[in-house]
Design a protein around this ligand. Structure first.
Ligand SMILES: Nc1ncnc2c1ncn2[C@@H]1O[C@H](COP(=O)(O)OP(=O)(O)OP(=O)(O)O)[C@@H](O)[C@H]1O
Ligand SMILES: [Mg+2]
Length: 508
């Protein structure tokens, strides 16, 4: 086996001693936080905090030895991949590689570095390579590889943008990772399709680009999947919205079983739109049939009657595409109680509004826009192009923003809940603010304006607006109580809100 000889020769040249992380010179560098194996520093000479881990930077001979081990492992390990979870696969590979090291003394792996090399090989083969450690840190939202010989950046839940001590030294290493990710989802990234946007089996959302699209080499952006999604209680605790506004949205989402609001969450990139939509969708009563349509499936909820749909990009030959619009149209033939559209960007917006106009209620989604007014403009302009006559079938716009606060760092706030008030059929409807965020006090307040949506809800439920306001107070208390008890897990929270709706249904 020539490859083995070749690899062994390569490996023989290796000194075999792990070098570990390279620390930046000491100076104005101050440790500001540490958890697990992570250390976070602030350095007056750096624009952003530094994130350091005991991540080995494989170079030269160390890398050769790992590659040699990988070559052998690739040829001798056979694991029934589909039957195992990622974690089981990792363990299995680890054991087998230790065995390989022990059975191949020619490799000259020092006894005390056996585990180091086995771990590195597992990371390369089953995990994400040298950024694997980052994928295990739940404090990170995003991992950004911007090219070789440049640090990997991460977006930290607490410290925002942070520079890590991890670096790729060759573009081919980044490209290999991009290729491996593409293969895992049966796709390809090459000159013809230099962009990859996909969701991995573990829920991670990946975007990769290669030259000539990205001028300085391969880039990979990973949006980590939060296994434990943020619940309405989390969002209220973080101050993203008030308990009262949350209770109002809860009532609007189920519409007391009679008149659910059609609502859109609007905001900028990574402002928290999908998370807010997840919260709204969690309020949909369990006796309804929910169909969600997404580009990459991100919604994560304990719903009972739920059909999840995801678009399919065109194949390498450019055929077989199933678009958002195809899926929205198809969902109308599936007798949906609810149609939830992950992100409205094009023709699907038009179809969605046509559905609302023909009586579908509780249609919800997100849209990229910076204000409620801009949301209406975007909806009525190309490529979405909703006719003005249809636009007032939308009831609510929930504006969410990521704001940089001097003291608190990056915060996410629902800055406004606006309702759409129809005007003349041929004119743009007006907007009325129901809840508004006060940036100075950092609190959300009800404007107290008489709500058009509540009037409609009153008409359809036979309840007075006073009754509806009482209902909001009642629900506010339920959510506040959950907050006080520290019950924040999405399953527990949905259990309580669903039980409340079930008991209400019995009464009606
Ligand atoms: N209110 C919040 N408080 C704290 N973190 C949040 C909040 N909302 C979202 N996040 C976190 O921010 C990240 C981005 O959130 P999300 O995916 O909801 O944003 P988005 O606006 O849908 O992004 P995109 O524009 O990429 O679709 C996630 O890691 C999520 O966990
Ligand atoms: Mg989103």
């Amino acid at each position: 086996m020539a490859y083995l000889d070749q690899m062994l020769t390569k490996a023989k040249e290796a000194p075999n001693v792990p070098t570990g992380p390279k620390n930046a010179p000491e100076g104005q560098k101050v440790l500001i936080d540490s958890y697990d194996a992570v250390k976070i520093y602030r350095d007056s000479r750096e624009a952003v905090p530094l994130y350091e881990i005991e991540a080995p930077h494989f170079r030269g001979e160390e890398k050769n030895l790992i590659e040699a081990l990988m070559e052998i492992a690739l040829n001798v390990i056979t694991v029934e991949a589909s039957a195992l979870t990622v974690e089981e696969k990792r363990q299995k590979y680890f054991q087998r590689i230790i065995e390989i090291i022990e059975q191949t003394p020619e490799l000259k792996v020092p006894v005390n570095a056996k585990e180091f090399y086995a771990k590195a090989v597992v990371q390369e083969m089953v995990g994400y390579g040298i950024i694997d450690v980052l994928t295990q840190d739940d404090q990170l939202e995003e991992i950004m590889i911007i090219g070789s010989n440049k640090p990997v950046y991460v977006y930290h839940r607490k410290y925002d943008m942070v520079k890590t001590n991890i670096m790729y030294y060759a573009d081919s290493d980044i490209r290999n990772l991009a290729d491996r990710i593409a293969r895992a989802v049966n796709r390809r990234i090459d000159l013809q399709t230099p962009l990859l946007d996909a969701r991995l089996p573990d829920g991670t959302r990946v975007n990769a680009t290669i030259p000539p699209i990205s001028l300085d080499g391969t880039t990979i952006t990973l949006r980590k999947f939060k296994k434990d999604p943020l619940s309405v209680v989390d969002l209220a605790n973080y101050g993203t919205l008030s308990y009262e506004a949350a209770a109002f949205l809860w009532m609007a989402s189920d519409g007391i079983g009679a008149y659910p609001a059609n609502a859109l969450v609007a905001g900028g990139t990574a402002s928290g739109k999908t998370t807010a939509l997840n919260m709204l969708t969690g309020f949909v009563p369990n006796n309804e049939r929910v169909i969600t349509i997404e580009d990459t499936a991100e919604l994560n909820l304990p719903l009972q009657h739920w059909i999840r749909m995801e678009v399919r990009p065109p194949s390498i030959e450019g055929t077989g595409e199933v678009s958002m619009d195809d899926l929205v149209k198809n969902s109308l033939r599936m007798r949906p109680d609810r149609i939830i559209v992950g992100e409205v960007r094009g023709a699907e917006g038009h179809t969605m509004f046509a559905a609302m106009n023909t009586g579908h209620r509780g249609v919800m989604g997100t849209v990229h826009a910076n204000s409620a007014k801009e949301t209406l403009v975007r909806l009525t302009s190309p490529p979405i192009d909703v006719p003005l006559s249809m636009i007032s079938s939308l009831n609510l716009i929930i504006m969410i923003n990521r704001i940089h606060d001097r003291r608190k760092g990056a915060i996410r706030r629902v800055t406004e809940i606006a309702e759409v008030v129809p005007s003349d059929e041929l004119k743009m409807p007006t907007l009325q603010t129901l809840y508004q965020w006060d940036p100075i006090a950092d609190v959300m307040r009800a404007t107290g304006l008489p709500s058009f949506y509540l009037q409609l809800l009153s008409k359809y439920t036979g309840l007075s607006t006073d009754d509806l306001n009482q209902e909001i107070i009642k629900r506010t208390k339920i959510l506040e109580q959950l907050g006080k008890e520290g019950k924040r897990n999405i399953n527990d929270v949905c259990n309580v809100t669903q039980n409340y709706l079930a008991s209400r249904r019995l009464k009606v």
